[in-house]
Design a protein around this ligand. Sequence first.
Ligand code: UD1
Ligand code: CA
Length: 453
Amino acid sequence: MTQLPPLAAVVLAAGKGTRMKSPLAKVLHPVAHEPMIGHVLQALGELAAEREAVVLSPGQDAVAAYVAPRPVALQDPPLGTAHAVNAAREALAGFEGDVLIVYADTPLIQADTLRRLRIALHEPAEAAVAVLAFRPADPAEYGRILLDRDGTVSAIVEHRDADAATRAVGLCNGGIMAASAPRLWGLLERVRNENAKREYYLTDIVGLARQAGLRVASVEAAPEEVLGINSQAELAAAEAAMQERLRRRWLDAGVTMVAPQTVWLSADTELAPGVTIEPNVIFGPGVRVEEGAVIHAFSHVSGATVGKGASVGPFARLRPGAVLSEGCRIGNFVEVKNARLGPGAKANHLTYLGDAEIGAGANIGAGTITCNYDGFDKAATEIGEGAFIGSNTALVAPVRVGSGAIVAAGSVITREVPPDALALARGRQEERAGWAKEFRERKRKSKARRSEG
Ligand code: UD1
Ligand code: CA
């Protein structure tokens, strides 16, 4: 393979996204807990483009903040995809290599496909433009790609501008294109907006290239990769496809999933080989699960680290900052937030551990609550190694329980418990011999008198 010219990438994200009917910018809608534009930038990142520009319209500050420090080119107002690419011209001034144009609303695109598209500009023959084609089950409103007899592209016709015969064509435009920079700027200058939407269509550079006697190549991608998101329904479809992809990736990496279709992953979820995930588990962002750990059914895990061989759930909730060391056990209806548990520590039932540091081997009884919030501030609880917290204990933070200490069940702990001590902090028990029996007799008699009278 010959040496490829340098690469620049233009990411189009200036469209209004009105079909989403959402106050959030279209490209910030998440897929697997990551904004869709983030997926596109990630795939592009693997190609290590030497220059990048993201095209936005004014007021998209949240998008600009997300893509920073990449240079942003403003398109004001957005007048179509060709107009959008042209807006990046200044940001790419002096660049003469290949330009890859990607839409920020196709989050399933993969780096390999982008690479293939770029290579198609040069092999098997030099082309002015290369377009990414696909054959969706339902071509719906995608632009149609028309091919010549020799398989090169002759034109792209937008759905709205297509006649019945063109609409019957199954080959569609995925929206992603590659072109050599000098050619691209020349072609863009000639794009007109004489079409149904009165927009400057990027797709028109194909016909223009052909008129100039230049070759247009195409590369076909799996339909899933170029799923363009314009509506909430399409967003949900992309989510489903992304989940399938993520599940497959982790299964291939040696993770056991009993019912993969019920496991919801985040783009950044990290699972080690030998991890088992039971049905109906949800992973929010920022989770790492180490070797041999088991996440039992119906658990919700977010921003947490689960150490080697640890066991979580069923019905457990790990929130951001939960760190379980090797061999920890977190059982049913236990919530852990911003708390670190040492190796082998256990909280098996019905417990809330928030803002806590829990030593190795500590045993937290059922119903233990760290009272970490007074309505204004959060306070910390420390539990030493090997401590035993009896059931239904309230630990009123800030508070510390020393290593090896025992806290009696039902205690409300408000003061430090020294290491190896017993803390008892509950009402004292009192017994009255025979009282219950006398009580019942008294009640029975008075009831009998009432029914006689
Ligand atoms: C576009 C293609 C269509 C293709 C489809 C694939 C054109 C004219 N049509 O249609 O052939 O089948 O994608 O998904 O290119 N954008 C701007 N500025 C603008 C307009 C759009 O930056 O003025 C951005 C949008 O934010 C979006 C992308 O370009 O990320 C595509 O725009 P969109 O309006 O969604 O194009 P489609 O109608 O889907
Ligand atoms: Ca689109």
